[in-house]
Design a protein around this ligand. Sequence first.
Ligand code: 5AD
Ligand code: SF4
Length: 452
Amino acid sequence: MSLDPGDRRQVHIETFGCQMNEYDSEVVRALLTREGYVMTEDRECADVILMNTCAIRENAHTKVYTHLSDLKALKKSRPLVVGVLGCMAQNLKEELTKHEPLVDLLAGPDSYRQLPALISNAVHAQEQGRYLKALAVDLSEYETYDDIVPARIPGVNAWIAVMRGCDNFCSFCVVPYTRGRERSREPQGILDEAARIAGEGFKQITLLGQNVNSYRSGEWDFARLMVAVADVPGIERVRFTSPHPKDFPAPLLEAVAGHPKICKHIHLPAQSGNDRILGMMNRTYTRGEYLALVERIRSMNSRIVLTTDIIAGFCSETDGEFADTYRLLEEVKYHSAFIFLYSERTNTIAARKFTDDVSPETKSRRVTALVELQRRISTQRNREYLGQTLPVLVEGDAKKSTFQAMGKSDGNVTVIWNKTDLACRPGDLVACSMYDASASTLYARAVGRSEP
Ligand code: 5AD
Ligand code: SF4
C-alpha cells in the first residue's frame, strides 16, 4: 500500500554504524521518495522517524537504546511513527517489540522494499487510535537492491554496495545473522551505477561489502570489478572496504599496487596476533600467514598504507596471548588501527561456545595499552610524510576551523591546510606539502593543483 495522493508524510532517518548502513539509508530514502514520502533533516517536524541501527558492538547497541528513550517524550507530545531498521531490528526483534508502544515498525536489512507499505499501515493505524506493530525481518538469499538508485547526498565520495552478507562466521561477529548469506551483484549494474555517479560529479567511489573481496559474479572476481570501476572516465579514486585477509589473490594485489586510480590503502583486519585466539575466532589464517601477506603487499608497493581492526579481551585471552597482539602492532606498524574491546553478541558462535571471562578491567587495560601504542606508531608513520608533496582530494572545511580546508591523501590520511594557500573546492585534487604531523592528521601547505 502506498500513500494517498497529497498525503506527503515527512520522514527523518538517523543512521548509526558502518558505511553499509549509510548506503542503506540512501536506498531507503530512494524507496520512500518514489512512493511520495518527503525526507526531512529536521526530526522536530517529522511524522515518521526511522533509526537505521547497528548491532556489531555493545556500545553501538546502547547508543540506539538511548536514542529510543529520547523519542519516548517526543512521541507523547504528538503523533509520531517510530521505526527501527537495520541489524538491531533483525537481531533483536523480540526484545525491541517489548518496547511498545514506542516502536511501531521493524525492518531488517533485506526488507526495505516493504517499508512504504509498513509505514503507511502504521500511520493509518495510529490515526485510528490503534497500535500496530509491523514487522518485516526475513533474510533473503537474493536481495541486493540492484535496481534501486540510492538517493545520494551530493559530495565527493559515493558508495556502491557490490555484495551483501557474509558467510565467514567469525565467532565474535553478529553480521552473518543480521545480514544473512553472501550475495554479489551483477557487474553490469555496478558499472552502470559507477558511470552515473561520475556523471553526477562524484570523484571517488568506495566499493562496499561485509566481505568485499569475496565478490564473485560468473567470471568476475573483485579485482576485475574494481579495475573496471577505476577505468570509468571521471572517477579519480576508488577505495574498498572491508576486505578479509583470506581473499587477496595476486591480481587483486597487483590492481591495488599498480592501478593509478585505485587508492594505495588496504584495510586489513587482523583481530588478534595470537594463533590460538585467531583459531577460536575462526579467522582462518595464522599470525604467520597474515604477516606473509603484509610482507607481500609491501614488497609490491611500499607506499601502500595498511590499517587494521583489533579486538582485545576475547574469551579466555591470556596476558601472554594479548602480548602477541601488542607485538603484531609493533611489528606491522599500521598507519592506524581501530581497537575494540570484545563485547559478546547474542546468537554468535562465541556466545554459544565460549565464556566471556576476561574481566572488564583487563579488557579496558588492554585496549588502553594498544591505543597508546598505536598513537605513537601513527605519529611516527605520519611524520614519514614530512617534506613530501602529495595529491590530496579536497572534501570540505576542516572540522575545527572554517579558515582551513580538509582532504584525504591517497593513503586515506586526513590533511589540513589554510584556505588562503589556494582557492579550491570539494572534489579538487590539490598538491599539498606536508610540514607537521599528529597521530591522526597531516598539516600542509597547498602548493598547487595536482594532475589527476
Ligand atoms: N566485539 C568487539 N568488536 C567486534 N567487532 C565485530 N564484532 C565484535 C565484537 N563482538 C569488530 C571487528 C570488526 C569490526 C567491524 O568490529 O574488529 O572487524
Ligand atoms: Fe563479521 Fe567476520 Fe564477516 Fe567481517 S568477515 S562481517 S568480522 S563474520
